[in-house]
Design a protein around this ligand. Structure first.
Ligand code: HPA
Length: 274
């Protein structure tokens, strides 16, 4: 069975539990799952019950898909995601994006927790992703070509949608929420970066570093979805020895900024023109 057929099968299974076509799909990153609890849910399904879906065992990731309405829009919200470092292949780890597309979502909002490389920013800041650097060491589109999924050589010149960026900036301004804008570099993890690596990534022009998102965005763009990316800066990854970053610290900071993230994302969804 090819990936397109698997995505249809998964979408049908989700449809059977009562999901309608979502206008907007949302992927919630580490410690950012609370938004899913605010959805007026038609249904929720554990990833383990969706055919071919990768499971996630990472703390801070609930591992369920919630479908329903939020701010008057139909949404499909992934509470947590599987990561490449858990041992899934790239095709497996990006499969949920194929499923969200197969469900009918044409806008994808991706979120993540990341280390801040930009020295002018602070832990707890929120960042809009303007562009990314794929430093995962691979690409999710490597493999036999399936024409049904999208072009062989998809364009990435405008991976993050300019109109959606404008909507997010207006929403932040409206709510008085400080929203940074910058470049996210994706690494495989699971080890955090060395100081030398962090200096290199900062010199490349990246503002934040994390272990997700870029492969999902490549697949979403491949499928023709419009993408908005939001990053929670959970630690300063500047390479100075000011203590070590830990997953616990990342989760604690993400939880602290979560209410701000939820308010901003709700407002963005409310003002999107689908
Ligand atoms: N590096 C990589 N991934 C991360 C970090 C970091 O400092 N913080 C949260 N995710």
């Amino acid at each position: 069975m090819n990936w397109a057929a698997r995505a249809r099968e998964a979408a049908q299974a989700i449809g059977r539990i009562g999901a309608r076509t979502p206008e907007v799909a949302v992927i919630l990153g580490s410690g950012l799952g609370a938004l899913a609890d605010e959805v007026s849910a038609d249904a929720a399904i554990a990833y383990g019950e969706i055919p071919h879906f990768p499971r996630t065992g990472v703390e801070g990731h609930a591992g369920r898909l919630v479908v329903g309405t939020l701010e008057g829009r139909s949404v499909a919200v992934m509470q947590g995601r599987a990561h490449f470092y858990e041992g899934h292949t790239m095709a497996e780890v990006t499969f949920p994006v194929r499923v969200l597309h197969a469900l009918g979502a044409r806008i994808l909002v991706v979120s993540n927790a990341a280390g801040g490389l930009n020295r002018q920013w602070y832990t707890g800041d929120l960042m809009l992703i303007s562009d990314h650097i794929n430093f995962m060491g691979t690409n999710p589109l490597i493999g036999p070509y399936e024409a049904e999924l999208g072009p062989r050589f998809p364009d990435m010149s405008a991976a993050y949608d300019k109109e959606l960026i404008a909507v997010a900036e207006a929403a932040a301004l409206d709510l008085g929420i400080l929203l940074r804008k910058g470049i996210y570099v994706g690494v495989s993890g699971p080890s955090y970066e060395t100081p030398a690596e962090l200096r290199m990534l900062a010199r490349w022009g990246a503002d934040a570093v994390g272990m997700s998102t870029v492969h999902e965005v490549i697949v979403a763009r491949h499928a023709g979805m419009r993408v908005l990316g939001l990053t929670a800066i959970t630690d300063m990854a500047t390479g100075e020895v000011v203590g070590q970053v830990s997953h616990e610290e990342v989760l604690a900071v993400a939880r602290e900024l979560e209410p701000r993230f939820v308010r901003l994302t709700r407002r963005i969804i409310a003002t999107l023109s689908a």
